[in-house]
Design a protein around this ligand. Structure first.
Ligand code: AMP
Length: 184
């Protein structure tokens, strides 16, 4: 799995990793955005929360991930989780989900980009949920809820922190180097 502040480039790098290693890419942000644009019940529930930069409830997110990880392609190809877990409750749920399915986590990548830099990047990408207020809220929630998970992964000896500054290609090579150690 990959975690990092919003705007750290984890979406872009996740696509490259999935492409290079042939694994399934599961982005919970993409799942939610698809639900919003299709106007499903989930989308209707999630839209306002996403617009405000808040977090969709753990119950909803854990359900989405449990259902997706149970599909057979995950066991066949492996998976890169992007944007989940974001809270301690989600991390506990992930451990349970993987154990129940007979899978396990091999690596947690922390794509590290400082707050000032991600703020500039998010202002520049101009996504509809990238208002100044929503960006501030997302970064605050990241520090409060998601950053503490770094210790959770560290305790399980799963964490690799990667410097996310630099060109896309340079960052990808850094990612490849840590992934190579764990899939070798
Ligand atoms: P992302 O594309 O990962 O930046 O996600 C976009 C938005 O979807 C976030 O700002 C949250 O509102 C919501 N979201 C995505 N993943 C999660 C998650 N694991 N838990 C709660 N909310 C999430």
């Amino acid at each position: 799995m990959i975690l990092g502040r919003q705007g750290s480039g984890k979406g872009t790098q996740s696509l490259r990793i999935a492409d290079a290693y042939g694994c399934v890419h599961v982005s919970t942000g993409d799942v939610l955005r698809a639900a919003v644009s299709e106007g499903t019940e989930l989308g209707l529930k999630a839209a306002a929360v996403m617009e405000s930069g808040g977090l969709v409830s753990d119950e909803i997110m854990n359900g989405i991930v449990a259902e997706r990880l149970a599909k057979p392609d995950i066991g066949e190809r492996g998976v890169l989780l992007d944007g989940f877990p974001r809270t301690a409750d989600q991390a506990d749920a992930l451990e349970r989900i993987l154990t129940d399915l007979g899978h396990s986590l091999s690596l947690a990548i922390n794509l590290d980009v400082p707050v000032d830099e991600v703020t500039d990047r998010m202002m520049a990408r101009g996504r509809s949920d990238d208002t100044e207020e929503a960006i501030r809220r997302r970064l605050q929630l990241y520090e409060e809820q998601t950053a503490p998970l770094l210790d959770w992964f560290e305790e399980r000896d799963l964490l690799a922190t990667i410097d996310g500054l630099g060109s896309e290609g340079v960052v990808f090579e850094r990612l490849r180097a840590v992934i190579a150690k764990c899939v070798a």
